[in-house]
Ligand binder design. Structure first.
Ligand SMILES: C[S@@+](CC[C@H](N)C(=O)[O-])C[C@H]1O[C@@H](n2cnc3c(N)ncnc32)[C@H](O)[C@@H]1O
Length: 219
């Protein structure tokens, strides 16, 4: 396979606590999927799943573990670059007795490029992606034309992406990006009850700082 030259994410200081490191080590065999530069068969990890949903950048995974517990019929693949969050989510999943969750610790662009076969995902969750509010950093935002191109390859027909952002200018840019696409339909939706409240929600609501949920379906 062609090597991937674009990497959007550099890991900054990531201090892992003793309990996160211990959980990550103890539970890696149960929840972790090693990064490999070749395609994987998702149905091997989620043999009974009605739908396979990838969550990009789950952070500390507070919401991820609850969603996986609430939807046992679905398989959830969490992708995150931040090791402390991986440890934290594994510990939470174990506490909840969650069986339908797997985690890849890597930049999602590499995961898409090497590991995810085309049209194998029923859905993607992208909750509170880094907003990169400074103009000179806007180009680091994950949602852009290239991301839509990748999504259109990896989602199944009628597959969806659900995005939540607490940065209104980013929500507008997301809408503009999807409006330019001929293969996605959708837009702003009401906050779904199934999406757990994270620490990003309801923090100091201002004109720019308001939570927007967006949902798009691939044709
Ligand atoms: C602002 S946090 C939101 C975390 C979480 N979704 C929540 O709602 O609490 C964004 C997360 O995305 C992760 N992230 C950013 N770019 C990524 C990439 N290319 N691949 C995987 N994870 C990424 C970061 O490490 C960070 O944990």
């Amino acid at each position: 396979m062609e090597p991937l030259t674009v990497r959007s994410y550099r890991i900054r200081g990531s201090r892992i606590t003793g309990s996160q490191a211990a959980a990550r080590e103890k539970l890696w065999g149960k929840y972790g999927i090693e990064f490999v530069e070749s395609p994987i068969d998702l149905t091997h990890y989620f043999p009974k799943a009605k739908a396979i949903i990838m969550e990009i950048g789950f952070g500390m995974g507070e919401g991820t573990a609850i969603i996986a517990k609430d939807f046992p019929q679905n398989g959830f693949l969490g992708v995150e670059v931040h090791p402390p969050g991986v440890g934290k989510l594994m510990a939470k999943a174990e506490e909840f007795g969650v069986e339908n969750l797997r985690i890849i610790e890597r930049d999602v662009h590499e995961v898409f490029h090497y590991m995810i076969t085309d049209h194998s995902l029923d859905g993607v969750h992208l909750f509170f992606p880094d907003p990169w509010p400074k103009k000179r950093h806007n180009k680091r935002r994950i949602v852009n034309a290239n991301f839509l191109e990748i999504l259109s390859k990896k989602l199944k027909p009628n597959g969806f992406i659900h995005i939540a952002t607490d940065w209104f200018p980013y929500a507008e840019v997301i809408q503009e990006s999807f409006a330019k696409s001929e293969v996605f339909k959708g837009g702003v939706v009401a906050r779904p009850e199934w999406r757990p409240i994270t620490r990003f929600e309801g923090q100091g609501i201002t004109k720019d700082h308001v939570v927007t949920d967006l949902r798009y379906t691939f044709r």
